[in-house]
Write a protein that binds this ligand. Structure first.
Ligand SMILES: Nc1ncnc2c1ncn2[C@@H]1O[C@H](COP(=O)(O)OP(=O)(O)OP(=O)(O)O)[C@@H](O)[C@H]1O
Length: 302
């Protein structure tokens, strides 16, 4: 499964500005990016819901349309309102009947945590329950690849946990999962691989651990105590310097060397060393940069 050099513009907006993505069978991939980064557009291209202006998408050796029609690809997208009057069970059965090798309806309902709600009319569901119906609909054709655009957006903590347990069970059968999310911990906890999109381009692609370490594995913070930040950026290991109030926060890929250098400078007040989180890495990768810098900045290879 691959996206090669995909470009998609809407008028003056370059939503996808040259995306290359190879997806191996059985991988679980998280797509991270700020609002408007190009995640949904990439997903729409992958599913054949939109044509790229240039580049191409291959799913199972053919076009996305063919893969979707054959039931090899299932999707849970952001939009789509409930079909009134049908029950949950009827809706899932109806969708399953459109595919050549569907999942047994009871199994799709079980995986989505809907067994108890099978007889409930879909227009009587809560937002979170409807979200689970959309998951069951995506699973109904027994797809090998499932694509989920912000699948947990409306779910409470418990429902979210249950959703990821189901999704992982589905992935363990050897299926491929691609999902977009704004929740870093979901990406970190559920994906083998994280792809960060910014301004329509992939700016990082690797495991959560590797993305965190590439961007700078630790944060070293200390009190400036009224002194400036001069020279801090060139200390060993330091990747970036940020000031919050009277505290300096140094992102470093060698915290031992950074701390030793700070000791040498006598800058120890309130010293604290913590692991950078995926959120730190994400913010560092997607912070606002001038357009010309964006155009030339190479992709982080991790
Ligand atoms: N049909 C469209 N017509 C015009 N502009 C569009 C269209 N679809 C997307 N865009 C624009 O393309 C850019 C990328 O949008 P996209 O929906 O792919 O982002 P996203 O990463 O999914 O964002 P979000 O996290 O907010 O869902 C945005 O600037 C958006 O306004």
């Amino acid at each position: 499964m691959s996206v090669e050099g995909a470009v998609k513009s809407f008028g003056a907006v370059r939503a996808v500005a040259g995306v290359d993505l190879d997806i191996a069978r059985g991988e679980t991939i998280a797509l991270l990016g700020r609002n408007g980064a190009g995640k949904s557009t990439t997903i729409n291209l992958l599913l054949g819901l939109d044509e790229p202006d240039s580049g191409r998408v291959l799913l199972f050796g053919g076009t996305p349309e063919r893969a979707v029609r054959s039931g090899r690809v299932g999707a849970m997208l952001q939009d789509g309102g409930p079909i009134r009057r049908a029950t949950v069970g009827e809706l899932v059965s109806f969708v399953a009947s459109a595919y050549p090798r569907p999942l047994p309806v009871a199994e799709a309902l079980r995986l989505a945590g809907l067994t108890e709600l099978a007889a409930r009319r879909v227009d009587k569901l809560s937002g979170g329950q409807w979200q689970r119906v959309r998951f069951a609909v995506a699973l109904a054709g027994n797809p090998e690849l499932i694509v989920l655009d912000e699948p947990t957006a409306a779910l409470d903590v418990e429902a979210r946990r249950a959703f990821w347990a189901s999704m992982r069970a589905y992935a363990r059968r050897g299926n491929t999962v691609l999902f977009s999310t704004h929740y870093m911990e979901e990406a970190d906890g559920n994906a083998d691989r994280i792809v960060v999109i910014d301004h329509g381009r992939i700016v990082a692609d690797g495991s959560g651990e590797r993305i965190k370490s590439t961007v700078g594995g630790h944060l070293v913070a200390f009190d400036l105590a009224g002194r400036g930040t001069e020279g801090l950026g060139t200390l060993p290991g330091v990747v970036s310097v940020e000031v919050r109030g009277d505290r300096a926060r140094l992102r470093t890929d060698n915290s031992d060397a950074t701390v030793l250098a700070l000791v040498g400078l006598g800058r120890l007040k309130g010293l604290e060393v913590t692991h950078a989180t995926l959120e730190d890495a994400f913010l560092a990768l997607t912070q606002e940069r001038p357009a010309e810098e964006r155009a030339t900045k190479p992709k982080e290879t991790v």
